[in-house]
Ligand binder design. Structure first.
Ligand code: ADP
Ligand code: MG
Length: 378
């Protein structure tokens, strides 16, 4: 076991009034949503006015928090205890609605209508990979600007790779700013300037080919969408950049959530390195769903040997089954420990908190409260 791994003190982080944003990231299924909700509840019960921006809460968890509706605004959560005046709000991200709201806020009504009803917009806003990540960041920016909460906890989309959260908005920006789009919009922009003549000729060719490929109506839709979006554009990029800066600010704390398994720990490693490159403040790593054995004094090897002995004599079947189960559990714990050691020896200064695997899914406030207690009790 790697010694002297710094301990992640989550109460110190959520109690610090300087902490304004906590971002929970990590690969799929490791417990990001659970961690975000548990920290939100704990922060509220310790006196803060917190909002949790969830992306994909499991249905039972969402129901128990009263989040059965996707209405894209934070709702107060009932049943929050504690002695202070803390409050907990939560919302589920509606990516398309968020996108629509940006369009509505930045384009005049006629142009907004043109964009919103355009088939290309409809597919971009509901399915483009990266749109969810972009909109999560956009929503974070909105919540922060509203100034209504003193702590915002962000859950990140269920992408396969944790890095998508940082990369996707730029990808979307690149797409919206890409050559393809510039080519389509060039004729409108170029006016009569001679330098653009060549480009226009090129566009004619491309448009000709596209018309054949897509049909005239579709091409018209596409062009209209692109030139209408162009008006909102500057807005898009500038906001993505602003939110990026927000993520780099000292009031932000990134938590990388991981399960003690090879892929998740490797993903956590990449993410930690990437945050350092981007100068984004890492608070630490939460290793979730760790298996421990309450009878660790008996090793896997001795347990297996004893089971074999009993089996060879054909006695005490139940006892040997229990011994085998214990051996499996000890082996799992050892495997998990090795994965954690890999990580901590590569990143010896990164604070770590461990949360044990609970016997059941976490699907209500009591469960979240328990996870919060476990997160804080390192
Ligand atoms: N420590 C834990 N013990 C037991 N179950 C857990 C634990 N943490 C999370 N879970 C369960 O694992 C599932 C996935 O968790 P979730 O937070 O939705 O992951 P993610 O948001 O990273 O995809 C959920 O059903 C949740 O209740
Ligand atoms: Mg999730």
């Amino acid at each position: 076991m790697v010694k002297n791994v710094p301990v992640l003190d989550l109460d110190a982080i959520i109690d610090d009034p300087g902490t304004r944003i906590i971002v929970c990231c990590g690969s799929g299924g490791v417990g990001k949503t659970t961690t975000a909700a548990a920290l939100g509840l704990r922060a509220a019960e310790r006196g803060r006015c917190a909002v949790v921006l969830t992306v994909d809460p499991a249905r039972r968890l969402a129901q128990s928090m009263g989040l059965s509706e996707l209405d894209n605004t934070p709702r107060p959560i009932a049943g929050v205890g504690g002695e202070g005046n803390g409050k907990l709000y939560a919302m589920m991200l509606d990516m398309k609605r968020t996108f629509d709201e940006i369009i509505e806020a930045h384009a005049d009504p006629e142009r907004a209508r043109q964009i919103l009803t355009n088939p290309f917009y409809q597919s971009l806003s509901s399915s483009f990979s990266g749109t969810q990540e972009y909109m999560a960041m956009e929503k974070l920016g909105q919540l922060r600007r509203s100034g209504e909460w003193d702590l915002i906890i962000v859950d990140t989309p269920p992408s396969r790779s944790a890095l998508d959260f940082l990369d996707a908005p730029e990808r979307l920006g690149r797409f919206l700013d890409g050559r393809f789009i510039r080519m389509l919009t060039a004729p409108a922009k170029a006016g009569g300037r001679s330098a653009f003549k060549l480009l226009n000729a090129g566009f004619g060719l491309v448009a000709g080919a596209l018309t054949k490929l897509l049909g005239a109506q579709v091409l018209k839709d596409l062009q209209m969408f692109v030139s209408a979006l162009d008006a909102v554009f500057g807005g898009f990029r500038a906001r993505a950049e602003q939110t990026y800066k927000l993520l780099q600010a000292p009031g932000t704390a990134f938590l990388v959530v991981a399960a003690p398994e090879r892929d998740a720990m490797r993903e956590a490693s990449y993410f930690v390195e990437r945050l350092a490159e981007e100068r984004m403040p890492l608070a630490g790593v939460v290793i979730n769903r760790v298996h421990r054995s309450p009878a660790a004094v008996l090793s896997a090897a001795r347990s297996t040997a004893a089971a074999e002995d009993l089996e060879s004599r054909g006695e005490h079947e139940l006892t040997s089954a229990v011994l085998r189960l214990h051996a499996d559990r000890m082996q799992l714990a050892a495997r998990e420990q090795r994965e954690q050691d890999h990580f901590t020896s590569a990143h010896p200064t990164v604070p770590v908190a461990r949360v044990p695997a609970m016997p059941e899914d976490v699907h209500d406030l009591d469960g979240l409260r328990e996870v919060g207690t476990l997160l804080a009790a390192q």
